[in-house]
Ligand binder design. Structure first.
Ligand code: OFO
Length: 173
């Protein structure tokens, strides 16, 4: 059985994952309108993944005898200056999510809720991958620079091959 405080915090995380899905959906739409088809499909896929993160939490809360609440979402930012702006925002968003997950992990240990602690390990690894991936992409964009049309064209074409596995390798050194 979940404690009230952990149930509340897990529901907060449900909101955050749902919000992440919305943020990436807005980025996908911006990229599609800006002509970056590769980035758009990367973001659409990322948005779907975040929805899965939310569903996983909802099911866990309910399985543990808690009550998962489907949250209201805020309107995400729909306007970006360029791709660097998009991926910098993505990195900052993920850093925020990582902090929240770490807070939950801390809380579950404090309350000796080892089942929740175990469940959260999947999110800890996922955050490591997502942050590493965002940094890898930002590094590439910095090399290309915003003025290189052909560089950005190739980046857009290649982004679909940049998988989470690549980021994993980088994170593992
Ligand atoms: Fe759910 O991993 Fe990003 O936010």
């Amino acid at each position: 059985m979940l404690s009230e405080s952990i149930e509340k915090q897990l529901n907060h995380q449900v909101q955050l994952e749902g919000q992440s899905s919305n943020v990436y959906l807005a980025m996908a739409s911006w990229a599609e309108n800006a002509g970056y088809e590769g980035v758009a499909s990367f973001m659409y896929r990322h948005s779907d993944e975040e929805r899965m993160h939310m569903l996983k939490l909802i099911k866990f809360i309910n399985e543990r005898g808690g009550k998962a609440c489907v949250p209201a979402l805020e309107e995400p930012n729909n306007q970006y200056n360029d791709l660097q702006d998009v991926f910098q925002s993505l990195l900052e968003h993920e850093q925020h999510v990582t902090n929240e997950i770490n807070g939950l992990v801390h809380m579950s240990l404090n309350e000796k809720d080892y089942t929740t602690h175990n469940f959260l390990q999947w999110y800890v690894s996922e955050q490591l991958e997502e942050e590493a991936l965002a940094r890898t992409i930002l590094d590439k964009l910095k090399i290309i620079g915003n003025d290189s049309g052909s560089g950005l064209y190739l980046f857009d074409r290649d982004i679909l091959n940049i998988s989470a596995d690549t980021a994993n390798d980088i994170a593992a050194g």
